[in-house]
Design a protein around this ligand. Sequence first.
Ligand SMILES: Nc1nc2c(ncn2[C@@H]2O[C@H](COP(=O)(O)OP(=O)(O)OP(=O)(O)O)[C@@H](O)[C@H]2O)c(=O)[nH]1
Ligand SMILES: [Mg+2]
Length: 453
Amino acid sequence: MQKEVKERSNLALVAAVQLPNVSDAEFEASLTELRELAKTLGYDVVKTFVQKRAGFDIKAYLGEGKREEIRAFVNHESYEVEFDKAPPNINDWEIDTVLVDHEISPSQARNLEKEVGCEVMDRTMVILEIFHRNARSRAARAQVEIARLGYMAPRLREAAKLAGPQGRQRSGEGGRGAGESHTELDRRKIRDRIAELQQDILAMEAERKTQRARRQERQGLAGVALVGYTNAGKSTLMRALTGSEVLVANKLFATLDTTVRALYPESIPRILVSDTVGFIKNLPHGLVASFKSTLDEALDASLLLHVIDASDPGFERQLEVTNEVLSEIGADEVPRIRVFNKIDFVGDATAQAELEITLQSRYPDCVVMSARRPEDVAMLHKKIVEFYQQDQVEAELFLPWEAQQLRKDIYATCQVLAETSDHEGAFFKVRGEPSAINKLTESVKLSQGIKSV
Ligand SMILES: Nc1nc2c(ncn2[C@@H]2O[C@H](COP(=O)(O)OP(=O)(O)OP(=O)(O)O)[C@@H](O)[C@H]2O)c(=O)[nH]1
Ligand SMILES: [Mg+2]
């Protein structure tokens, strides 16, 4: 009888070294985040091994005793097996992967792998893998591929080195040639491919810039960007504020591309909202650089909505990480509103009220809300519109009958407070941005100039 195909288990262990300068709370928060990242990749984390050390072990990240403990566990040799979270089948389990909560060197990874007897993935690799799976647009895919290649290059070299002189003729990882010359070749190939992708990205960026310029040119649009830590609720707010269907998921890095939609109900001026990629602590360097262009949208925005998950115990650290990244990309100057979201998810009503008071006093002018409450969304909507209307001035415009084609522009860029007309044309009392009013005045003059030629 044909043997049934065993379902892939995807069980993982988490292993981490706690360095002396890292507090227990910080360490725990990071481990929780790694477990969330693992879940996003489809892993069941069944146990966590931790160890306090002055530094990482040069050879294999963890100390010898801890490595042995993990090896015994993975190989079912532990004296007593205890899970943090039981695997789906307690009688038949196999650990696929050990996830390490730091970025480790290629040789540390290889040594650890050999010793414990299963695959080892570090934090960077985990994040890269999620980005790889979630990237949808051509630009996002290219950026992720660059970051992955940058990460893989030194690891290929390591694989070749470990294979040694005898290994050069034989196969290395996955049956691939691992000889010196092969490595050289691989390295050149990687370099070429990165260069090629960078060219593509430059071209796509230029394209995006012109699109953006056109968009702004066309309507003198006001742009709001939703920024913040991954899973804070940016896409949920985007949906609520624009009535659109963007992807919302309770997993990390659900959004990897920037989407732009108009604020709904519409306002004057018309406001565009963009949703951006989430931030995370220790984002792999390759990704920080390559995702800058995605975050460019934040730089172009005239207002940032910094969304924070108020129900996450580590939200203050997440808030700082976002601030740091924003300042790295030069977005310090952009005005911002802090939006503490998911307040509905914080304990009971008393706890919610208490946290709200604390937040309001610590971050004056912040918004404390839940994206799930329509009245809160309406309040945020109002606040955004007010931001754009604060510089508006009142003005009077006269539009001769011959220039009536400009009427729609008046309505598109200003609030019309009153409209009267006589035999020569229409008078408008409007409220709008000084720049929008200037533009309209110019257009009226221009249309009359053309007529009188
Ligand atoms: N209870 C509660 N859950 C919320 C709220 N806002 C969002 N969520 C949930 O939080 C999870 C993450 O929401 P998203 O909108 O995908 O988060 P994001 O910030 O776009 O995340 P990334 O795209 O990964 O950066 C989803 O399961 C949402 O349903 C809220 O106000 N209250
Ligand atoms: Mg999102």
